[in-house]
Unconditional design. Structure first.
Length: 478
């Protein structure tokens, strides 16, 4: 495979290239454009023309510097051994292959795809989507020899995107619905993916029926199909091994492979917890599940939300904290499908005396709540606040009390806590502020230490970390 006819270099060395706004010629898709997508469909050989790139809309070189445009990428493939199950996995490779192009940055997937093309690439002569489509076709056929023919349609016209958009959304939904019928206990094999290590070198995804990948684009069926056709590729089988903790979703096989693939960085994973040994996050998660210590609950904000969450932070601010391949208790990148899973953060709920992970959710941005409403138990739906209901923590706290949200039952009586703290203070010991853990972002769950906070405001001139002499701990008076 050669790219000598292309004006820019192409290769894995350019994966991870960042294009900042100052370096950018144009932006395609992304959160500020309402409709955009990327999709792979398996077709019959007679339905496509191998090597053909079709452009619908204005071309790259015709765009104004600094402008933003919608983008639709439809890759149609054919081959004797191709099956529909492989579409999602091929589709995820669009991210990787676009990033092979020097001067192109691609983020996310499905209907959240987001690209930038650099000024330097344009100066070198990379000024047509036909070039981009040709590169994609060559890479698809070279990297995945099971693909015998490929055709690419690049769309930049918003009206034309509209024609394809519903079909793309229906395809994603059909894939997700199929996966929702299967659960972790029904299978004897999990799968892993390290496609995002170019951006987050220690990030390792574990994909199980109950835990769709956090990018939302690879479910258990997709991963199984990918591992079958390319067992040495970035998606591979993970024999779960012994189940160490069924509630937390800790398995010896998952721990071993995660440790190996993260180069020793991540040693343990609780698949169903956002607070203890959580799954790592790369950067392309669909939503963030974040702990709200003030109410001992969780909020969820999705990638498209153009607002600040109830904790005062925007998605992008929290994404910086959440991503990068670290275990970050209290900040988890998740897929929307995981919210529908019966295993969704169930370990954390059970630690708090609740039955279902979703019962810990106290806040969602309104658009997300509408999208996942069907997955939320009916009686809980009116109890989860959105930005339309509350605007600060006091209001949230009052809302939860008034609506009798299940999380209220987990609040420890304040008087009880005060008495407890006084006793510790009498001993001159540092005061543990409760049992609900929240790791201060940055400390991570990997070695180091955790600071445990609960419903508190901290004002301090100095922070002293001191080992507690257990003999000094006095029993609480009745
Ligand atoms: S988020 Fe996970 S499953 Fe999705 S492409 Fe990245 S590593 Fe693979």
């Amino acid at each position: 495979m050669s790219f000598s006819d292309m004006p820019v270099d192409v290769g894995p060395v350019y994966e991870g290239e960042r294009i900042r706004s100052k370096q950018m010629f144009v932006e395609l898709g992304g959160p500020k454009i309402p409709k955009h997508f990327e999709l792979v469909k398996v077709r019959k050989p007679s339905e496509i023309k191998d090597g053909e790139v079709i452009l619908r809309g204005i071309d790259l070189g015709e765009m104004e510097e600094g402008s933003r445009h919608p983008i639709g990428i439809l890759v149609e493939v054919a081959g004797k051994e191709l099956e529909e199950d492989l579409e999602a996995v091929f589709e995820r490779r669009i991210h990787e292959f676009c990033n092979f192009i020097n001067g192109v940055m691609h983020l996310n997937q499905r209907y959240t795809n987001w690209m930038r093309v650099s000024k330097k690439a344009i100066e070198k002569g990379f000024n047509s989507f036909k070039q981009m489509g040709t590169i994609l076709i060559r890479l698809f056929k070279a990297e995945l020899p099971i693909i015998e023919q490929a055709q690419v349609t690049m769309i930049t016209n918003a009206d034309v995107i509209e024609e394809y958009y519903d079909m793309a959304i229906e395809t994603y939904e059909k894939r997700d619905e199929r996966a929702r019928g299967l659960h972790d206990d029904d299978v004897d094999m999990f799968y892993g993916c390290v496609l995002c290590q170019s951006f987050a070198p220690t990030h390792v995804c574990t994909i199980t029926p109950d835990r769709t990948s956090l990018c939302g684009s690879i479910n258990w069926f997709d991963a199984r199909a990918a591992a079958k056709v390319d067992p040495k590729g970035p998606i591979y089988a993970v024999p779960p091994g012994e189940c160490i903790n069924g509630v937390a979703g800790e398995y010896t096989g998952v721990n071993e492979i995660t440790k190996k693939r993260s180069l020793g960085e991540v040693e343990r994973v609780y698949l169903y917890s956002g607070m203890e040994w959580p799954h790592t996050s790369c950067g392309c998660f669909e939503a963030i599940d974040f702990y709200i210590p003030e109410v001992n609950g969780h909020g969820i904000i999705d990638r498209n939300a153009d607002m600040k969450a109830i904790n005062g932070l925007a998605f992008s601010t929290m994404a910086n904290q959440t991503g990068g391949g670290k275990q970050m208790p209290g900040f988890n990148g998740i897929s929307l499908q995981y919210i529908a899973s019966p295993k969704f953060q169930i370990y954390d709920a059970i630690q708090e005396g609740l039955e279902h992970g979703i019962e810990l959710t106290v806040w969602m941005n309104s658009e997300l709540k509408e999208r996942v409403k069907q997955f939320i138990p009916e009686d809980l739906q009116p109890k989860i606040a959105t930005e339309k209901d509350v605007s600060n923590m006091n209001e949230l706290r009052e809302w939860l009390k008034e609506k009798e949200h299940p999380v209220v039952a987990t609040w420890v009586e304040e008087e009880e806590e005060e008495e407890y703290e006084e006793e510790w203070a009498e001993e001159g010991a540092m005061v543990p502020l409760g049992t609900q853990t929240m790791t201060i972002p940055g400390a991570g769950g990997i070695g180091g230490f955790k600071i445990i906070l609960k419903n508190c405001k901290v004002h301090a001139d100095a922070l002293i970390i001191k080992r507690i002499d257990k003999s000094a701990k006095r029993k609480k008076k009745k």
